[in-house]
Design a protein around this ligand. Structure first.
Ligand code: PGA
Length: 274
């Protein structure tokens, strides 16, 4: 079901009824990818949206449906100034919500080092390591309300590489819920660049909830612009947006995307590929 047969849209858009269906659909794509290529290189994301997908990957690993023993992973971003053992670090998030519960080799999991002595060098090294391991096969993305992907905030260069990025006030406020009032909340990050993300062979962006409707509309139907970093995915040859009804609410061509998916499924069935 993840074969993009229709290349005439800038992105393939799958609209599902619920957040749970979004997670199930996305998880299935990752599981298929790893089963086809056991040493797959995954690009992973933090945030609330991927959590349900990660729970499904954990279940599939426990039930021996998929193994991560040969998989490597690269996370999109990390707060600059937080070491990996800090409870709000994205390294800690990934260990807690995924890596500690699957058979992945921890040495093969990569998150940008928030405590690097030389962050600029660490950014260059991160991109080099992705290339050395053969590039990312499948990249998972969430989307910020402001259209960011990773910590590529609006105004990010569309060809940017992994680098230090200043967070917008909107992102700091959105993420303040994870920090206690006394706690230091970083205003800087290390993030894969938009150019780095676009090099992944396949990109899967998940969005759920009404708060994401504006960002999804701008990403899918707005102009290609640094003002909406996710719009850069319009240039990607294999980008898939999986959204629930609430996140899809602002899309103008919703009925058309649903029609395309129905046609897609028919065609796949006729080819015996579902
Ligand atoms: P969320 O974050 O999944 O917590 O909404 C998404 C993002 O900011 O990329």
């Amino acid at each position: 079901m993840d074969i993009a047969l229709h290349r005439y849209l800038p992105m393939r858009i799958v609209i599902l009824d619920s957040a749970d269906e979004v997670a199930a659909y996305g998880a299935e794509i990752f599981i298929r990818c790893i089963r086809q290529k056991p040493a797959a290189v995954l690009g992973l994301a933090t945030g609330s949206t991927p959590l349900a997908l990660y729970r499904r990957l954990i279940d599939a690993n426990r039930d021996a449906v998929v193994s991560f023993a040969k998989v490597s992973s690269f996370n999109l971003d990390e707060y600059l100034g937080l070491a990996g053992d800090h409870p709000q670090s994205y390294r800690h998030f990934m260990n807690t919500h995924l890596f500690d519960h699957i058979d992945i080799n921890p040495d093969n999991t990569h998150v940008p080092p928030g405590d690097a002595a030389d962050p600029l060098q660490a950014c260059a090294d991160y991109d080099k390591l992705i290339t050395k391991l053969g590039g990312i096969d499948i990249q998972l993305l969430g989307i910020g309300r402001n259209g960011h992907i990773g910590f590529n905030e609006p105004s990010s260069g569309l060809q940017s590489r992994t680098r230090v990025k200043t967070l917008t006030r909107a992102t700091i406020d959105d993420n303040a819920r994870f920090f206690s009032t006394q706690e230091f909340q970083p205003h800087l990050s290390i993030t894969m660049g938009i150019g780095t993300i676009l090099e992944a062979r396949k990109v899967v962006l998940l969005a759920t909830g009404a708060a994401k409707a504006g960002a999804i509309k701008a990403a899918a139907e707005g102009p290609l612009t640094a003002s909406c970093p996710a719009s850069a995915l319009q240039m990607h040859p294999d980008a898939l947006l999986i959204v629930d009804a609430a996140a899809a609410a602002g899309l103008e061509r919703k009925a058309f995307y649903k029609h395309i998916e129905r046609e897609n499924q028919k065609l796949l069935q006729s080819l015996g590929k579902t």
